[in-house]
Structure formats: structure tokens, C-alpha cells
Design a protein around this ligand. Structure first.
Ligand SMILES: Cc1ncc(COP(=O)(O)O)c(C=O)c1O
Length: 370
């Protein structure tokens, strides 16, 4: 029995919720709510919202870029960025076959922007082999058959491989290839702060080679809404027009930006603790017969769990059993689960979740929780 089982037994069932479905599920903190209530606002479509202006400048500064633009979501941030770089329909973008843009964004770059995706296989660490990236670039002098490559996209940290981090050295190598062929480089940095903290590298250094970055404030940083895309002044001027075209121009948006500014000030420093919780949780799960986590893949705030056949249970069953006890998580397929840590999960929550996992896998939970 794990030590933390004791905690489980004394816990009043279902009075506690441990929501580890994603880092997008956080609730705005008290200081965010106060900041939202008191936000200094004006019409941002007219370019006059002071809170929005502060947030955009702050994120641009942190990322070492000239300018920033607040957008409602990471999906819109990526879409706008790809479309600005690929402003001629029929352009081609090279991106990972397991990337968020390719898999989870409804193919918007193609349906809305007329941009053709050329996928390169994502390795288990989230990288694409640099020689494969280079080989995927179309030869502009070749016969009249091919789209024109204009952009390479990377993702850091890489969600579908479990929050793995791309190193500065890797990103700079891809940047050199992009430069050599006259291409732009975009980084989907939905969780760039997680990568920066895990690697111990400042964000501006990590994205130095990129022409644009989409930074989510509503993932690990815990803001309720929004992302900021950053890049050169001319990139942001074009991005602003596209955002309006897509219906993403918002009026008194400072209400949202004020919460995001608090998230930047208060929550970047908490990411290291989320990463520690993820590692602690992964170690604990590996002590439970029937579950397996590849510890080397736990670099940031995500844990992917394999359910071994011998356990006689399934991802769906574990999720259902745990839900009765307030543990919320997501299955990925029939024998895999995903857990994501965030600042509203304490180490005591992690221990409680571990004890519930132990019960759910080795014996099943009864209504008394044991
Ligand atoms: C890596 C990555 N990029 C982009 C997005 C899209 O962000 P949003 O849900 O705000 O559209 C997500 C969302 O989870 C993500 O994980």
C-alpha cells in the first residue's frame, strides 16, 4: 500500500475535486477577478485599450520580439500566424504530423487560408529530423507541379508527445534551415513558459530563431482566456488585419488582458512546482501494478499513462471510477490516459489522486472509497 493511501482513507469521498483533465481547466484566482473588475479599458478595435496595450507589450518584451497582439485563442493565434507568413493561397507549410496545428485545429490553415500542410514525422521527443525538414522543402526551380514552401512550424512544449521540450540548439538548427531557404519559422508556444522553465532557458532565447510565436495565457499560466502572438512590427500589422477579418477584434478586451497580466506576474513562478508534481505522480503510478509511465517523457506538466493488459481494466473504466471520487481526467484511446498538472493542483491533491488510482486499478473503488 502506498503511504498516500492513508490520506485517501481519511478523505471524505467526492467532496474533493482534483481536475487534472488539462491545464486549461483552471478557475480565475481572486487577484485575477479583482484585476478584471478594476481593469482600465477602452475600445481595442480603435487601438485604445490600455490594459490590452500593456499585455501585448509585456509579452512581446518577454519573448524578445518587436510587437504583440492579443487573440481569443491559441487556435486563432496559430491560424493568423500561418496565414500572415503564407499570404499567397497555395503556399505550403512544413509541420509535424503529430502537431496541434495539424491534428486539432480543424484544418483551418487549409480551409480558411488555402495553405497546404506538408507533414514531417514527429519523433517521440516532439522534434522532426532536421534533414527530413530540409528534404520536404520544395525546390522552387523544379517543374511546375509543386506548391511553394513558405513556412516551418514547431511546437514547444509538444503536447501530443507528453509536453516534451525542444532545445534552443534544435530550434536554432531549424531556424538556420529556414533562413537558408528563405522560409519563415513559427512556434506554437502554447506552453512555451513550461518549456522555458523545464529547460532553464529564458523564453526570449528559446524563441530567438522564430519569426513568430503564439503564446497561450490560458494553459499553464491559468488566465481565463486568450493568447498573444508576437513577431516583428510588420508581422503584427498584418496579423491585426487578419484578426479583424476572422472576427477576433474585441472591444473592451482589457477585462481579459488584466487577468492575463496577473497570470504572467503570479503564475510563471509556479510552473516548476507543476513539473515536480507531474514527476512525483509518475513515480507513484509506476509503483501501481498494471500502470506504466515512461518517466523519461515527463519533462513538464503532463503525464501519459499506459494501462497494461494484465490490469484487466480500461482507460474509460478508470476514468469513470475515479470521477465518482472527484478525480477528473481524460482517456486517450482504450489503454492510455492523460493527466495535466496546473497551479490549482496541490501536492496533497497529487497524493490523493495516487491513492484513488491504486484503488481503481487494484481492486476497484467501492462507495466507501476503499
Ligand atoms: C500545443 C497547443 N497549441 C494550440 C492550442 C490551441 O489553444 P486554444 O484551445 O486556446 O485554441 C492548444 C490547446 O490545447 C495546444 O495544446
Amino acid at each position: 500500500m502506498l503511504d498516500c493511501m492513508k490520506l485517501f482513507i481519511t478523505e471524505k469521498m467526492a467532496t474533493r475535486t482534483v481536475d487534472i483533465r488539462s491545464d486549461t481547466v483552471t478557475k480565475p484566482t481572486e487577484s485575477m477577478r479583482v484585476a478584471m473588475a478594476n481593469a482600465d479599458v477602452d475600445d481595442d478595435v480603435l487601438g485604445r485599450d490600455p490594459s490590452c496595450f500593456r499585455l501585448e507589450n509585456e509579452v512581446a518584451k518577454i519573448m524578445g520580439k518587436e510587437a504583440g497582439l492579443f487573440v481569443p485563442s491559441g487556435t486563432m493565434g496559430n491560424l493568423i500566424s500561418v496565414l500572415v507568413h503564407c499570404d499567397i493561397r497555395g503556399s505550403e507549410v512544413i509541420l509535424g504530423d503529430n502537431s496541434h496545428i495539424h491534428i486539432y485545429e480543424l484544418g483551418g490553415i487549409a480551409t480558411i487560408g488555402g495553405v497546404h500542410p506538408r507533414t514531417v514525422r514527429n519523433n517521440e521527443d516532439g522534434t522532426m529530423d532536421v534533414d527530413l525538414i530540409e528534404a520536404a522543402i520544395r525546390d522552387p526551380k523544379a517543374e511546375l507541379a509543386y506548391p511553394t514552401t513558405r513556412l516551418i512550424c514547431l511546437e514547444n512544449s509538444h503536447g501530443n508527445t507528453g509536453g516534451r521540450c525542444l532545445s534552443v540548439e534544435y530550434i536554432e538548427r531549424v531556424g538556420e534551415v529556414a533562413k537558408k531557404h528563405g522560409l519563415k519559422l513559427h512556434i506554437d508556444g502554447a506552453r512555451i513558459f513550461n518549456a522555458s522553465v523545464a529547460l532553464g532557458v529564458p523564453t526570449d532565447k528559446l524563441v530567438r530563431a522564430a519569426d513568430s510565436v503564439s503564446v497561450c495565457l490560458s494553459k499553464g499560466l491559468g488566465a481565463p482566456v486568450g493568447s498573444v502572438i508576437v513577431g516583428s512590427n510588420s508581422f503584427i500589422t498584418k496579423a491585426r488585419r487578419l484578426r479583424k477579418t476572422l472576427g477576433g477584434g474585441m472591444r473592451q478586451v482589457g477585462v481579459l488582458c488584466a487577468a492575463a497580466l496577473v497570470a504572467l506576474q503570479e503564475n510563471v513562478g509556479k510552473l516548476e512546482s507543476d513539473h515536480k508534481n507531474a514527476r512525483f505522480f509518475a513515480d507513484g503510478l509506476n509503483k501501481i501494478k498494471g500502470l506504466k509511465v515512461d518517466i523519461s517523457s515527463v519533462e513538464t506538466n503532463m503525464v501519459f499513462i499506459e494501462i497494461e493488459e494484465s490490469s484487466g481494466t480500461t482507460a474509460a473504466k478508470i476514468c469513470k471510477d475515479l470521477e465518482d471520487y472527484g478525480i477528473l481526467l481524460l482517456p486517450i484511446g482504450s489503454s492510455r490516459l492523460r493527466v495535466v498538472f496546473h497551479h490549482q493542483i496541490s501536492n496533497s491533491d497529487v497524493k490523493y489522486a495516487l491513492s484513488c488510482f491504486q484503488q481503481a486499478v487494484s481492486g476497484g473503488l467501492n462507495e466507501n472509497g476503499n
